[in-house]
Unconditional design. Structure first.
Ligand code: SF4
Ligand code: SF4
Length: 141
């Protein structure tokens, strides 16, 4: 490229608005179908474990608290998740969905990537039960 043409480009670009996004200072509304963090609603969960079996990344653990009472806790390993949404498709009871709001998942430690979903008291009981052998901090949904 000749120096004259280059200077012309340079001068023009000085007076144009940048085409780059100013993220993270300015954020666009995420697309409706963006696949962010997985969410679990235990209300209709049957405990069939299809989501777990079909997950190619071994990112889900369904822990049965009381099968008769249909009490479950879902442990989600976001750091293993490939965001493929297979688990969402596999669940016949629509207990799973992928958030289009929670997509900024970077963290400096590993702890926030293990998320527990379910009834608050069930999660606490589960964490208390494993506390002596596993003292690593975990995030709750
Ligand atoms: S989105 Fe894919 S990788 Fe992530 S938990 Fe579901 S099935 Fe597993
Ligand atoms: S596939 Fe759905 S109903 Fe079955 S265990 Fe997973 S979340 Fe529960």
């Amino acid at each position: 490229m000749k120096i004259g043409a280059m200077l012309g480009d340079l001068l023009r670009s000085l007076f144009r608005r940048p085409v780059t996004e100013r993220y993270p200072f300015v954020k666009r509304a995420p697309p409706e179908r963006l696949r962010g963090a997985l969410r679990y609603d235990p209300a209709n969960c049957s405990g069939c474990m299809l989501c777990m079996k079909d997950c190619p990344a071994n990112a889900l653990e369904l822990i049965t608290i009381d099968r008769k009472a249909k009490k479950f806790v879902m442990r989600y390993h976001a750091d293993r998740c490939t965001f493929c949404a297979q688990c969402v498709a596999s669940c016949r009871f629509k207990c799973l969905n992928m958030s289009n709001e929670q997509y900024e998942l970077a963290a400096l430690t590993k702890a926030p990537f293990t998320v527990h979903y379910g009834n608050e008291s069930d999660i606490q009981a589960l964490l208390d039960a494993v506390a002596p052998t596993n003292s690593a901090p975990t995030a709750k949904a």
